[in-house]
Write a new protein. Structure first.
Ligand SMILES: Nc1ncnc2c1ncn2[C@@H]1O[C@H](COP(=O)(O)OP(=O)(O)OP(=O)(O)O)[C@@H](O)[C@H]1O
Ligand SMILES: [Mg+2]
Length: 238
């Protein structure tokens, strides 16, 4: 695949002496939804954390918009527009919905755009608008995921790194999250989406990568991967 907005090359990364990624390369094309698939422990979150700068790779290169960023801190990457919405949401339970959203705009480049960000978050998620004064901890799981997404958008991202946004959600809510992801792409956002729900993810993804035990084992368009018998047996249970 040609150069992307985000390009990871030969990434080796892990925790202490134990490596979780063993030389993974991946490109996220500008304006695309790119899927990152793989079962539990495959290395999806590790890869997203590496792209976000939360984890420093042992080896490999990371380019964003043509600039080498492997040595840049996480905060600098947020400034450049790389925003991670981590697994498990991590919202602030004592703070109201609106306060949680405002926290998302902490980066200097995002601060002037708080009003616009709130408007956008509430337009995407009318449920959050209705609950703007409610504390985050009292939201349902699906609403908390909406809040985590809304908060990430407040940082004015160019590239959204989404870690299993539909995990544990009822099918209908999960579907609405996928619909929002498609709307964000239509608005020009680029998205790297780690998911275990291969079928739904590939249905909306432009391109996808499959990780297995920290190694890239397959890549292709959403349609290609969906049609692949190996994907079918390993990830779709067909
Ligand atoms: N903080 C950590 N310390 C040590 N090892 C870790 C840590 N986080 C992850 N690992 C290990 O790294 C490997 C990859 O984990 P990772 O979280 O990236 O997988 P994943 O694909 O996101 O899985 P899941 O679908 O369950 O979220 C696993 O073997 C895991 O045990
Ligand atoms: Mg994970």
């Amino acid at each position: 695949m040609s150069q992307g907005l985000l390009q990871l090359t030969d990434i080796v990364a892990g925790y202490g002496d134990v490596m979780a990624l063993h030389g993974v390369s991946l490109a996220v094309r500008d304006g695309s939804v790119t899927a990152l698939l793989g079962s539990n422990g495959a290395g999806k979150s590790t890869l997203l954390k590496t792209a976000a700068g939360i984890l420093t790779p042992r080896r490999g290169e990371i380019a964003f918009d043509g600039a080498a960023i492997a040595g840049k801190r996480a905060s600098e990457r947020v400034e450049r527009g790389i925003v991670l919405i981590p697994e498990g949401r991590l919202i602030f339970p004592e703070m109201s919905v609106e306060e949680n959203l405002r926290v998302g705009a902490f980066a200097p480049h995002a601060r002037p755009h708080v009003a616009r960000g709130l408007e956008r978050a509430y337009a995407l998620f009318p449920r959050l608008a209705e609950r703007r004064r409610q504390s985050g901890g009292t939201l349902s799981g699906g609403e908390q995921q909406m809040l985590a997404l809304g908060r990430g958008l407040m940082a004015e991202p160019r590239l959204l790194l989404l870690d299993e946004p539909t995990l544990g959600l009822a099918p209908l809510i999960a579907q609405s999250i996928f619909t929002v992801i498609e709307r964000l792409r239509a608005d020009g956002l680029t998205i790297l989406l780690a998911e275990q729900d291969a079928r739904r993810t590939l249905a909306i993804a432009d391109y996808g990568y499959v990780l297995e035990s920290g190694t890239g084992v397959m890549e292709g368009s959403g349609a290609e991967l969906l049609a692949d018998p190996k994907i079918n047996s390993a990830y779709l249970g067909l």
